[in-house]
Design a protein around this ligand. Structure first.
Ligand code: ZN
Length: 200
C-alpha cells in the first residue's frame, strides 16, 4: 500500500527553515530509503512534479522530482513547447547545489503543493546546472533547461526555507480556478498587460 504523507501548508515553520545535508551513511539507512519511497508515493498521489522533505515536515536536504507525460495530456503542443516542458523520469536529489544559473530568465505561472490552490508568475533561470547525490549516495550532475530547470530551482528553494511566493510577481497571484478561467490561454505578455505590469 502506498503511504501518503501529510503535505504541510504555508505558515508551517518547517517550510521556512533551512534543511541539513545528509551523510552517505544516513542515505543508506532503511529509514531514509523508506522516506524516499513515501515521498515518491505522496508526490504521485498529489499529483505533483516535485516534493521536498520540508513539505512533509522533515528538515533534511532531500527532494523527489518526476514529470510524467500523462500530467500534460490535455495541454497543447504549442504551450508545452513554449514552456519547454518534457517528461522527467523519477529522480532523487540529496544535498543538491545549483552550481550554474543562466542569465536568461523565463516567466510562467507556477504553483506549489504547500500553497495549495494558488499560482503566480515566477521568473526563473532558463537553464541550471545542479550537483547532487542520488538515492545511492552517488555524486551526480545534471544540466537542465526549461520546465525541468524550473522544477529544480523550486525544489532546491524549499531546502533553503524559500517558497515561490518569495519571488513571485505579486499582482499575478491567482487561485487556480481563476488561472483556468482567465489566464491559462493568454500569453505571458498579455497577462502582464492585463494586470498592469510592465512588459517583461
Ligand atoms: Zn513547492
Amino acid at each position: 500500500m502506498p503511504v501518503r504523507l501529510k503535505i504541510v501548508q504555508a505558515g508551517e515553520p518547517a517550510l521556512r527553515q533551512a534543511s541539513r545535508p545528509l551523510t552517505p551513511t544516513e542515505i543508506a539507512l532503511p529509514s531514509v530509503q523508506q522516506v524516499i519511497e513515501h515521498m515518491r508515493d505522496t508526490m504521485r498521489d498529489a499529483p505533483g512534479v516535485g516534493l521536498a522533505a520540508p513539505q512533509v515536515g522533515l528538515g533534511i536536504q532531500l527532494a523527489v522530482i518526476e514529470d510524467r507525460a500523462e500530467y500534460t495530456a490535455g495541454v497543447s503542443a504549442e504551450v508545452l513547447a513554449e514552456r519547454e516542458r518534457l517528461p522527467v523520469p523519477f529522480m532523487v536529489l540529496i544535498n543538491p547545489k545549483i552550481v550554474e544559473y543562466s542569465k536568461e530568465t523565463v516567466e510562467f505561472f507556477e504553483g506549489c503543493l504547500s500553497v495549495a490552490g494558488f499560482s503566480a508568475l515566477v521568473k526563473r533561470s532558463r537553464r541550471v546546472m545542479v550537483e547532487y547525490l542520488d538515492e545511492n549516495a552517488h555524486p551526480c550532475k545534471v544540466e537542465a533547461s526549461g520546465w525541468f530547470a524550473r522544477i529544480l530551482q523550486h525544489e532546491i528553494d524549499h531546502l533553503h526555507g524559500k517558497l515561490y511566493i518569495d519571488h513571485m510577481e505579486t499582482r499575478s497571484f491567482t487561485s487556480n480556478e481563476n488561472l483556468v478561467r482567465h489566464w491559462k490561454s493568454s500569453s505571458i505578455q498579455a497577462v502582464r498587460e492585463a494586470l498592469g505590469l510592465p512588459a517583461a
